[in-house]
Write a protein that binds this ligand. Structure first.
Ligand code: ADP
Ligand code: MG
Length: 695
């Protein structure tokens, strides 16, 4: 592949400098290798010919065999067009061209047999095809069998580029050339991969569906293999070289907490994760561990026990949360849980007063403060620890990579990092995005929890829904009503929230209603939250600010308005706010009456399962991994052209194993058998900064 990477695409027959420039600008294709890696995005079966009477509804493409009967130029100036009647022998359709009229008119002969290929559109009783591809049957250029359709941009299309052009250029690029394969022969053999040269030819010009599948597998495998090779190699280097604090002892703080303060027996999953952390921090290497645990699985206490390990060894710990509400709640929970052993814990957020802030800085520097809980305020530059040994980050996905890098620099030797996420990132994605993070999973909920009953309801069933809420309130319970924010800055959103608030107040006149949203002043927000947490307000009307972490076990029902606007993972997070007590809880997903079948299917995932992993996988399938990747994209060393993080998890595992065994046998990739592979991998790397050192 390397020699094709250095061959400028303009030298491919049929392209030339002008088209090459457009290809680079529009599709990033600048070398022959880029052209070959620009795969068709779908295929059509060109073995089948339709007749005009066969045409129905919304066919994306159809192929029709027949003859042109008439051909006329109509209109004037910019509106000039060429129209023709094309007959399949029984019925005719209209064919129309708006560009290249002269060329087409001269090249087509009436009465000769052609195969037209294009999108049929219906105008009343007449079918029409605009700018079809035209082949003469049984000639060299004519395509039968499977045919790839290449993605085009608007601009390329308006300049007259067609999918067929790509097909021809690819053929020209491949003609007389063979593609060398940088993949070690051992991998190709042991995984029974299709040879690269064949795979490239088959992906562009498949001879059969079976060969196409094998070609796709090979090319996906390649992309994922080089990613895994890069990740595994970096991670091995880091494991060997990054020194970390060694927490040798488990001593009084931990033991006293365990013996005197433990509020409930730990679940087996919690115990296992605590042990995994214990083993990590005792190796002398820096820990970089992700704890995945569904909402309510009890990550907080695990974090606390990890922090106690740090304190037992003379280090400080910090716990960082994404919102002030959540940081405050963590602070209160930790204080309550450790009341008997008297830890020194402080809270630092954006609204901490100056005097308090100074006192906190003081106790941080003199080492008397054990644990600092806070928002991102605690990674500000003027916050200095005497000896930070462990940083816990809750709800990882809200923090960017750069913020984590700041934490990393809070001590001479980087502190151990424990990242806790309630968004269960599917393993396939975790393996890639967090390739060098170790992953622990709390895959068990504390005993006695009843799964939340989830219902899908339409606007016209609103009264029944309110009745059910009323029943819960009468039994002393509390309710959440959640509105989506389309755009945090839009006045419109706020208005719909306020209207909702008024309706709820009128519908439930006997109960106090609190309201929180992102544009409130922190004081006011806290006040409203406090009303709900204390039970004075029985209903909370809110935007997604409540999504993360809020714990009100008495709340047993949640209505989510315009549920179709939320992603599944977000719905799951929201739903996690109810079902925290021992009683049966309910979550109602409200949508407008008419929703697309796809939307309904998506929402039915919520009504059919409460398993966060299943939901996260489904979310990836429906939306693609894009949203989840977000800022994590920087963790991906190369672009993917054909493999999908959402759906190719199994291939990824294979690729991972293959990469590991290559590195087992040749850690530095210095063997001659791996020379091409190494060079190819280096040519792919497009990193600007080395993020691999950061959690
Ligand atoms: P999350 O993983 O969502 O952060 P939390 O740590 O907030 O979960 O725990 C959710 C609730 O479950 C809290 O009220 C906590 O006290 C309780 N909890 C955690 N672990 C256990 C356990 N082993 N047994 C009973 N209750 C538990
Ligand atoms: Mg939590």
């Amino acid at each position: 592949m390397n020699h094709l990477s250095s061959l400028d695409v303009k030298f491919i027959k049929g392209i030339g400098p002008k088209k090459a420039e457009l290809l680079t600008a529009e599709l990033g294709i600048s070398s022959a290798a880029d052209l070959l890696r620009n795969y068709p995005n779908h295929y059509i079966d060109r073995s089948k010919c339709y007749t005009v009477s066969d045409l129905v509804g919304e066919m994306p493409y159809a192929q029709i065999r027949g003859r042109f009967v008439t051909m006329n130029v109509v209109g004037e100036g910019a509106k000039t067009r060429l129209t023709a009647l094309f007959s399949d022998g029984k019925r005719s359709m209209e064919v129309v061209w708006f560009r290249k009229i002269k060329n087409i008119r001269e090249s087509i002969r009436l009465g000769q047999e052609y195969i037209l290929f294009g999108k049929p559109t219906r105008y009343g009783p007449i079918w029409q095809m605009a700018h079809p591809e035209i082949d003469v049957p049984n000639t060299a250029g004519a395509r039968e069998g499977f045919r790839g359709i290449y993605p085009l941009t608007e601009r390329l299309r308006s300049r007259g580029f067609t999918s067929r052009n790509f097909y021809v250029w690819v053929q020209n690029a491949l003609e007389g050339r063979s593609i060398t394969d940088p993949m070690p022969a051992s991998v190709v053999m042991s995984r029974s991969l299709m040879p690269l040269d064949k795979a490239i030819r088959q992906i562009h010009m498949p001879e059969s569906p079976e060969l196409l599948e094998k070609a796709k597998y090979r090319l996906k495998f390649d992309e994922l293999f080089y990613i895994q090779l890069d990740i595994v190699k970096n991670s091995r280097v880091r494991h060997q070289s990054t020194q970390g604090f060694r927490f040798r002892r488990i001593a009084e703080w931990f033991n006293n907490f365990y013996n005197q303060c433990l509020p409930f027996p730990l679940t087996d999953a919690q115990k296992r994760v605590v042990k995994e952390i214990r083993a990590d921090v005792n190796t002398g290497r820096q820990m970089n561990r992700l704890v995945q645990g569904d909402v309510g699985s009890g990550k907080t206490i695990v974090a606390l026990m990890a922090m106690l390990m740090a304190i037992d060894n003379g280090y400080q710990a910090c716990l960082m949360a994404p919102t002030e509400i959540l940081a405050t709640q963590h602070f209160e929970t930790l204080n309550a849980m450790t009341a008997k052993i008297g830890l020194n814990i402080e809270l630092l957020t954006g609204s901490t007063k100056a005097a308090r802030r100074r006192a906190i800085h003081e106790s941080l520097r003199d080492g008397s403060l054990h644990i600092l809980v806070g928002t991102h305020a605690l990674i500000e530059d003027n916050v200095t620890f005497a000896n930070l040994g462990l940083a816990v980050i809750d709800e990882q996905h809200r923090f960017g990579v750069a913020q984590r890098a700041k934490l990393w620099r809070k001590n001479i030797c980087p502190p151990h990092i424990l990242v806790m996420t309630a968004t269960p990132i599917p393993r396939t994605l975790a393996m890639t995005v967090y390739g060098d993070l170790d992953v622990s999973v709390i895959d068990e909920l504390p005993p006695g929890r009843k799964p939340v009953t989830t219902l899908l309801r339409y606007d016209n069933q609103r009264n029944g829904t309110y009745k059910a809420v009323y029943n819960q309130l009468r039994q002393g319970r509390q309710a959440y009503i959640v509105y989506p924010l389309i755009d945090e800055n839009e006045k419109l959103d706020l208005r719909s929230l306020q209207e909702g608030y008024e309706i709820i107040r009128q519908t439930f006149p006997d109960y106090n209603v609190a309201m929180v949203h992102g544009r409130m002043k922190p004081d006011e927000k806290d006040h409203q939250m406090q009303l709900f947490i204390s039970g004075q307000a029985r209903i909370l009307v809110a935007t997604t600010v409540i999504e993360v972490g809020v714990n009100v076990p008495n709340a047993s029902v949640m209505i989510i308005e315009n549920a179709e606007r939320f992603g599944l993972s977000q719905l799951h997070q929201l739903r996690g706010r109810v079902g925290r007590g021992a009683d049966q809880s309910y979550c109602v997903l409200m949508t407008k009456y008419q929703i697309a079948a796809e939307t309904r299917k998506r929402l039915e995932v919520m009504t059919s399962t409460t398993d966060g992993f299943v939901i996260a996988e489904a979310d990836m399938k429906f939306r693609g991994p894009g949203d989840i990747e977000g800022t994590m994209q920087s963790g991906m060393p190369f672009d993917l052209h054909i493999a999908s993080l959402a759906t190719d998890g199994a291939i990824m595992q294979q690729a991972r194993q293959a990469a590991e065994s290559v590195l087992d046998s040749d850690p530095e990739l210095t063997s001659p058998a791996h020379r091409d592979m190494k060079r190819y991998m280096q040519s792919l790397t497009r990193r600007t900064a080395d993020w691999s050192n950061i959690s």
